[in-house]
Design a protein around this ligand. Structure first.
Ligand code: MRU
Length: 351
């Protein structure tokens, strides 16, 4: 078997472009597109050309850097006005993944720390900060992977949902980072990937990136996970997260809550792997997490094919909230929060 070509989720293209792997086209086509400003970046986030909480944050940071580069020759008031529009358009792209807002806050801090700086220098500082966010994300995922790998037994069957892999981050992945690190440490792991209706991040993306790494993967319809847990040995479930509230409640791809309930019923450990940038301690619990609702067209058919009766009512939430009591542990880059609750989350984040 010839080794698959390495891929990247996003990368800066000098002097001022953001190259992303267009995930809407995977696994059929591996096509990279270049984004030139904040609006194009926001459109790519909204349309899921780039998706996954940490990757959305990284893309948004670069979206600001792109806009800064475009206006670097302007006077400071015009530069500031252009950047305000960029922050607004990016913040409106998707509501649930807090990494988006976390990254925009980091970029804004660069602006507020450079009140008397020229637009040219500021554009450099903003690009440097975006690079830093990306580098930190990869490093966090690798550390998370090391903590998480210890929880994976040799010969494990691991069930996951959606795509929390290299494609959802700047590299390595969160939930799939745990799998990758376990495999790198010499353990044998078989991944079961929920297909993840309606956008099929599991069937299309998780299966694609694991196959490229030579990690055994079996795709199943979402509705089969209960039967899977009853009839085959599943050692653990590991998923990513889009936002974790102060009490440890976890928002992730729609269907994650179902999986957590099933895991509880079958005595299977349910792990969440996410970086500190996914915690939103400003929210008391998961009920305050904004849940994105997406277009009915994702549910009624695919492309030009429509399989529901015309004008049928559709409910299409992109995320759900799993209560902390169903989470065995949250794996972060700074350690594992066992049986997460308000105090343990606070203690980990303070450390
Ligand atoms: O709608 P998506 O594809 O952006 O949803 C992605 C997820 O729900 C992931 O599990 C989550 O963002 C964690 S990615 C490391």
């Amino acid at each position: 078997m010839t080794a698959a070509r390495p891929f990247f989720t996003l990368r800066w293209r000098a002097p001022a472009g953001l190259e992303i792997l267009d995930q809407r086209e995977l696994p059929r086509t591996e096509r990279y597109v270049t984004l030139h400003d904040a609006r194009e970046t926001a459109d790519a986030i909204r349309s899921l050309a780039i998706r996954g909480a940490p990757a959305i944050g990284c893309a948004a940071a670069y979206g600001i850097a792109l806009e800064a580069a475009l206006h670097a020759g302007a006077e400071r008031p015009a530069f500031d006005a252009a950047l305000e529009r960029a922050f607004a358009v990016l913040a409106a792209s998707r509501p649930t993944a807090v990494n988006l807002f976390w990254a925009l806050d980091r970029m804004r801090r660069v602006l507020t720390d450079h009140i008397d700086t020229s637009p040219t220098e500021l554009a450099d500082a903003l690009r440097t900060e975006a690079h830093r966010i990306v580098e930190e994300d990869v490093a966090a995922n690798v550390r998370m992977g090391e903590y998480g790998a210890k929880l994976v037994p040799d010969g494990a069957s691991v069930l996951t949902h959606c795509n929390a892999g290299a494609l959802a981050t700047a590299g390595h992945g969160t939930a799939l980072g745990v799998v990758r690190s376990a495999v790198a440490s010499g353990k044998r792991v078989h991944v079961y990937a929920d297909e993840t209706r309606p956008v099929l991040q599991g069937a299309r993306l998780t299966a694609w990136e694991l196959r490229r790494d030579g990690i055994p993967v079996t795709v199943l319809p979402d509705g089969a996970s209960g039967h899977l847990m009853r009839t085959r040995r599943i050692d653990l479930v590991v998923v990513g997260a889009d936002r974790v509230a102060a009490n440890g409640d976890v928002a992730n791809k729609i269907g994650t809550y179902n999986l957590a309930v099933l895991a509880h019923r079958h005595g299977v450990p349910f792990y969440v792997a996410c970086p500190r940038s996914t915690f939103d301690v400003g929210l008391d619990d998961g009920s305050a997490i904004p849940i994105e609702e997406r277009s009915p067209s994702e549910v009624t058919g695919f492309g030009s094919e429509v399989w529901t009766p015309a004008n049928v009512d559709v409910f299409n939430p992109a995320f759900d909230v799993t209560p902390a009591e169903l989470v065995t542990a949250i794996i972060t880059e700074d350690g594992v929060i066992e049986r997460p609750d308000r105090d343990r989350v606070e203690a980990m984040l303070a450390g």
